[in-house]
Design a protein around this ligand. Sequence first.
Ligand code: GLY
Ligand code: MN
Ligand code: MN
Length: 431
Amino acid sequence: MNRVMRHDPLPPSLFTENRARLARLLPPRSVAIVNANDILPTNADGSILMRPNSDLFYLTGVEQEESILVLFPDADDEKMREVLFLREGNEHNELWEGHKLRKDEAQKLTGMTQIKWSQDFWGMLRRMICEADHVFINSNEHKRSSCEVETRDERFIREVQRRYPLHTYRRLAPLLHECRVVKSAAEIAVIQRACGLTGKAFKRVLKFTKPGKTETDVEAEFAHEFIRNRARFAYEPIVAAGKNACCLHYQENVAPLKDGQLLLLDVGSGYANYASDMTRTIPVNGKFSKRQRSIYDAVLRVLRASTQRLAPGVLPKDWQKAAEAQMTEELLKLGLLKPKDVKKQDPENPAVKKYFMHGLGHPIGLDVHDVGDTTKPMQAGWVMTVEPGIYIPKEEMAVRLEDTVLVTEKGPVNLMGKIPLEADEIEAAMR
Ligand code: GLY
Ligand code: MN
Ligand code: MN
């Protein structure tokens, strides 16, 4: 179903520049094809609100189902160099589903001149493909994706290869990852806006939270602030009190908040399809106990130092190692690890993993766990999360802190720098 854009329009120059970036990475005489996402069914006649395909959005700004972008930068006919195919609106589909993009609207949105209806796709593709040597097709190549459902891209790969078995087919995903991981100024502005809304909602939650409320109540406060600002949750929020916070992907968000507990909030707004990702951990009653505070401050020191270590040229795995070394020292000071635990540790599975078992951070952008080759050194323009934590099931608590941070040549820029973080600030805001 087409969604009338919920967000302010983004500048078409953003998409024009993104297409140019991708075109520069294509070898001569290449066609590249990018499909929209499917509308996924639920039960009965239900479906999930379509999540726009991030690559298609990156290159066009289009959020409409069944859209297809074809890039053929070396086409002899100038009109074949960039073509967007759209599902045409008619009385019937617009009655039930709402407005579909007109050609002039699509031109304005995308900065493209050649807009066609989907029924012309295979005919026009024939003219392009017969002039090309390489066909670049998209696929979701995120390392941690586990997907049982055959995607639109996979069905498309079968069909195009059936029609043109003798072409060379190549993977578009690595090229798109190379482009998408480095954010432009226009993209950073949108991510900053999402971070700002997350902060605004968090401040509301700081005033709201107290014993007797529930995790659900807190989630609803975030939802209220996000929705009225035309944003959404960028991912399923984690609102976890007490020992619930020790489950890394806790999502029930239903337990009552009790006096003396810590409440872990891993919540970020998404605006114009760009994500923010924040974690804060706050005392339900507004005051950290001494023990909670010492764990909190340990995590905060690792967050601060890890943020400072974000720089062009740094290898993500070295960044992780440095944080683990620092966290090991913190855990020794807290008495959670003993020197002998560290001395006899297996380097493959160091002692620190007992309390800090996940990654320190990930690229973020159109996707929360964004695409990008993290075996390569960071570059200026990467936006990374920084998210150390300490999880202590025996004490029924966990502390994780997470910011969304831009890597630059001149040092890290914390896009969440205005969101309360110091324990004293949190307590003051909760009073
Ligand atoms: N909210 C998901 C994550 O922190 O990676
Ligand atoms: Mn998070
Ligand atoms: Mn994260």
